[in-house]
Design a protein around this ligand. Structure first.
Ligand code: HEC
Ligand code: HEC
Length: 327
């Protein structure tokens, strides 16, 4: 009897040890960074600037923000990183809706400084970090960095972003190494997922497919689709229906319903939709507790064609009534 018991314990211990070895050596899943050199043409840099600032919000997240202005525009030097999140930080500035962090996490310098930024990273390493969530040392990134969204960014758009990042002035701006508390330090190894082939965007002449691409990679879907908090999966049938609470400096706000229901974009013309964004290109002063997490400063710089494609796509969604999710 005792022998069987010992044998079971031994099997369990060996199982746990093998599990730990697997976690350390097999995860995060990753493939080698692509061996490429992005084209530093003026067109590529300009396209990348537009995408990084106005569409993907790289610059919003990787800079300090001015929360005295509506939408919290990024403060210079842009891309140089921002103060770290800890157990004690409030949402201010972290537009993922994350209130605090289990440990300490800094949104680092993505200017091309050799020591404190990404100057030494290869083009392929930057692309892999952004879309597949693995840094240049093969370490998994915490998914506040939205690589699970950017995996849908096309190879062409991703290369343009890298050309832009390489073209800006390097800024010396260093941050402490991250600390992640248990069990998130193990979970961060499980989240990254390699891509297994090239990624293409729909042709911009296909307005609806291209609008859907933009609604994904500009994170409209991420914020405007209510999610089951236990799985972080969007609720069935509520895609783009809004209503998931966000918090900023004590204010609770609910993303708008972007489906063509009366409680959403139903009564809006395309012109009204585009004009709302254009009106917000000049940020106005607001009290801190009246500010918003929606990145108006970034999105107001989107082209009318791109905003129009978003609208055309939203109009094809099934109309769903707006509902506030419980806090
Ligand atoms: C919602 C906020 C957010 C957005 C938007 C965002 N990032 Fe990040 N990024 C982060 C966080 C948080 C980390 C740190 C993750 C970690 O260390 O585990 C990070 C890490 C990185 C890293 C690794 C830096 C290092 O030194 O390890 C790179 C490179 C990067 N981001 C580039 C980008 C680019 C390019 C974009 C736009 C396509 C972008 N990020 C958009 C939050 C964001
Ligand atoms: C970081 C989360 C976030 C992202 C990303 C985001 N939104 Fe929002 N959005 C919100 C929140 C929260 C509100 C409600 C704002 C408020 O009450 O201040 C909102 C409001 C809106 C409104 C209503 C504005 C008004 O004043 O009536 C529209 C339209 C909208 N979002 C469209 C979009 C589109 C299109 C995208 C993608 C290009 C997008 N949002 C991306 C969070 C987000």
């Amino acid at each position: 009897m005792q022998k069987i018991f010992l044998r079971i314990v031994a099997v369990l211990i060996v199982g746990l040890a093998l599990g730990a070895v697997a976690l350390v050596s097999l995860f995060p899943l990753q493939r080698p960074a692509a061996d490429i050199s992005v084209a530093m043409t003026p067109e590529n840099i300009e396209r990348g600037r537009y995408l990084a600032i106005n569409v993907f919000q790289c610059v919003d997240c990787h800079s300090e923000r001015d929360w005295t202005l509506y939408g919290g525009p990024p403060l210079a030097p842009v891309g140089a990183g921002r103060s770290c999140m800890t157990q004690a930080t409030q949402t201010a500035g972290v537009n993922s809706g994350q209130e605090s962090f289990p440990g300490k996490l800094c949104i680092r310098n993505i200017t091309p400084d050799n020591l404190t930024g990404i100057g030494q990273w290869t083009d392929g390493e930057i692309i892999r970090a952004v879309r597949e969530g693995v840094d240049h040392n093969g370490q998994g990134l915490f998914p506040i960095m939205p690589y699970f969204i950017y995996r849908h960014v096309s190879d062409e758009d991703m290369e343009a972003v890298v050309a832009y990042l390489r073209s800006v002035e390097p800024v010396v701006s260093d941050f402490p190494e991250r600390q992640i508390d248990f069990p998130f330090n193990l979970m961060v190894k499980m989240w990254p997922e390699p891509l297994d082939g090239p990624v293409f965007a729909p042709d911009p002449s296909d307005r609806i497919a291209y609008g859907e691409y933009l609604a994904t990679v500009a994170r409209c879907e991420f914020c405007h689709t209510p999610k089951d908090p236990s799985s972080m999966e969007g609720f069935e049938g509520r895609r783009f229906a809004g209503g998931m609470p966000f918090f900023l400096n004590g204010r609770v706000m609910y993303p708008m319903n972007l489906t063509p229901h009366n409680s959403g974009l139903g009564a809006w013309s395309k012109e009204q939709f585009i004009n709302l964004f254009k009106r917000r290109s000049q940020p106005v002063s607001v009290p801190k507790n009246a500010n918003t997490v929606m990145n108006w400063n970034a999105f107001s710089g989107m082209t009318e064609e791109d905003l129009g494609a978003l609208y055309d796509f939203f109009m094809t969604l099934p109309p769903v009534p707006f509902e506030k999710e419980p806090i």
